[in-house]
Design a protein around this ligand. Structure first.
Ligand SMILES: [Zn+2]
Ligand SMILES: [Zn+2]
Length: 253
C-alpha cells in the first residue's frame, strides 16, 4: 500500500452533485409559494425546486386544485341589529344618535349615525379610541377595515344583543352615560348605567335600585321571618351579553 493510496482522496463527485442545477424534488424546508399555481405551501410540502425558477408543487394535480379554487369570498357579516339599534333612536326623534361602548381592551367605541350630508347618510360610523375603523350600512353590511376585525364585530354583536348591559358596563367604567356622555350623578342612573331620558330615547329599561324586573319568578308562598343576606353571586360563567342588565358586573344588591 503506497502512501499515495492511503491518503484520503479528494471526495469523488457524488451522483446528485452531477446535476446541481436541474429540478430537484424535495420536502421544502421553508414555507413558500408555488410558481405554477401561486398558492402558498407549508414547510415539509413536497415540491420541485429549480435554480432560477423557484419551487412548485411536486404533484401537478395539487396545482390544478389550487388554480381551480375560487378566490376567497369577500367577508359577509350581518351587523343589522346594531344598525337597527341606532336608527331606532333616530326614529324616536333623536337627531344625531350617538352611543359609546367598550371595545376590546376597554377602548372607547363610538357609534354614530351619519347625517344627511354625509357620503353615506344613515350609515353607522364606528370609531375606536378616536380612530375611524369602518361603517355599517342600514342593511347590516360592513365597510372599512372593521369588516375583517372579528373581535370588534363580535363586540358589536354582543352590544346589539343587549345594549342595556353594554351601556351599563361602559357607565360602570367611565361613570358617564353611554348615550349623552353626561356624568352619571344620581344613584339610579349610576346603577343602571344611563339616565332616564336616554333610556326613553333608546328604548331601554331604567329601573332604579330595589325594583327588579327580571330573573326567575321567585316563589312567594313561604313567609320569610327575617331578611337574610342574599347569597354571594356565583362565579361568572356566562358572557356579559347573556346577563340581565341588572346583573351585569354584579352591581345589584
Ligand atoms: Zn402549485
Ligand atoms: Zn344620557
Amino acid at each position: 500500500m503506497s502512501f499515495y493510496n492511503s491518503y484520503p482522496r479528494a471526495a469523488a463527485p457524488r451522483r446528485y452533485a452531477a446535476t446541481p442545477s436541474g429540478p430537484r424534488a424535495m420536502a421544502s424546508k421553508f414555507a413558500g409559494r408555488c410558481v405554477v399555481c401561486r398558492a402558498s405551501f407549508p414547510p415539509g410540502a413536497a415540491i420541485v425546486w429549480e435554480r432560477g425558477v423557484g419551487s412548485r408543487h411536486a404533484d401537478a394535480t395539487v396545482c390544478a386544485t389550487f388554480a381551480a379554487a375560487p378566490a376567497p369570498a369577500p367577508v359577509v357579516v350581518d351587523m343589522k341589529p346594531i344598525a337597527d339599534f341606532l336608527t331606532a333612536a333616530k326614529d324616536r326623534g333623536l337627531k344625531f344618535p350617538k352611543a359609546r361602548f367598550l371595545a376590546p381592551g376597554n377602548r372607547e367605541m363610538r357609534l354614530s349615525v351619519a347625517g344627511d350630508k354625509s357620503r353615506t347618510p344613515g350609515a353607522i360610523q364606528v370609531v375606536i379610541a378616536g380612530e375611524w375603523v369602518g361603517r355599517i350600512a342600514a342593511d347590516g353590511t360592513v365597510g372599512g377595515r372593521l369588516a375583517t376585525e372579528t373581535d370588534l364585530l363580535a363586540t358589536l354583536t354582543t352590544i346589539a344583543a343587549n345594549p342595556a348591559a353594554a351601556a351599563k358596563a361602559y357607565g360602570a367604567l367611565t361613570c358617564r352615560c353611554s348615550f349623552c356622555d353626561k356624568a352619571l350623578t344620581d344613584e339610579g342612573s349610576v346603577e343602571v348605567g344611563y339616565g332616564p331620558i336616554c333610556a326613553k330615547q333608546w328604548g331601554l329599561p331604567h329601573t332604579a335600585r330595589g325594583s327588579k324586573v327580571l330573573g326567575a319568578v321567585a316563589p312567594v308562598a313561604a313567609p320569610v321571618a327575617a331578611p337574610t343576606p342574599a347569597p354571594a353571586p356565583a362565579a361568572p360563567t356566562v358572557l356579559a351579553g347573556d346577563l340581565g342588565w341588572e346583573e351585569l358586573l354584579g352591581l345589584t344588591a
